[in-house]
Design a protein around this ligand. Structure first.
Ligand code: CMP
Length: 146
């Protein structure tokens, strides 16, 4: 059974022109784009998106960074999509990320780690993040296209 997962190229990735390379990787692996949006987050959306980190010392810096420029947000659909995307992104800290992963190939540091994907260990994360960024009518159901 397929599932949908939320992914976002962060401001550093957009600024460095990495969106097309990242999309290539996901499409080549067979993940389907069901929604995509080029946008700039306001503080309210950024704080809601990262609410689980609000007590951490890096929270303010994280919100500053993610609102600093445009992001490329998308919803991908595929078999085990959340876990596939996480494996392709690599570890949160680029220094720990395997070469060949997105963060392992492009990430600079813990903040500028190029991409965000929903946590597959957090049961509700996908649905919550998809809903936060996309209206229902902005997502396309490929199965219903003839
Ligand atoms: P992301 O997957 O977007 O989720 C939270 C983000 O916080 C994480 O990627 C990192 O980019 C960022 N971050 C900054 N500092 C830290 C830290 N000390 N530990 C974990 N995440 C951090």
């Amino acid at each position: 059974e397929t599932e949908r997962t939320f992914v976002m190229v962060k401001p550093d990735g957009v600024q460095r022109g990495l969106v097309s390379d990242i999309l290539d990787r996901f499409e080549n692996r067979g993940l389907k784009i069901v929604g995509a949006k080029f946008m700039r987050l306001d503080r309210e959306l950024a704080e809601a998106h990262y609410a689980e980190h609000e007590d951490k010392e890096f929270f303010e810096g994280l919100v500053d960074f993610i609102t600093s420029g445009p992001v490329f947000a998308m919803v991908l659909d595929g078999q085990d999509a959340t876990r596939q995307v996480r494996r392709m992104m690599g570890a949160t800290d680029p220094a720990e990320a395997e070469p060949g992963t997105i963060r392992g190939d492009f990430g600079l540091d813990l903040g500028r780690n190029v991409i965000h994907g929903s946590d597959h260990e957090d049961e509700g994360a996908n649905a919550r993040e998809i809903e936060l960024f996309f209206d229902d009518d902005e997502l396309v159901d490929w199965d219903k296209i003839d």
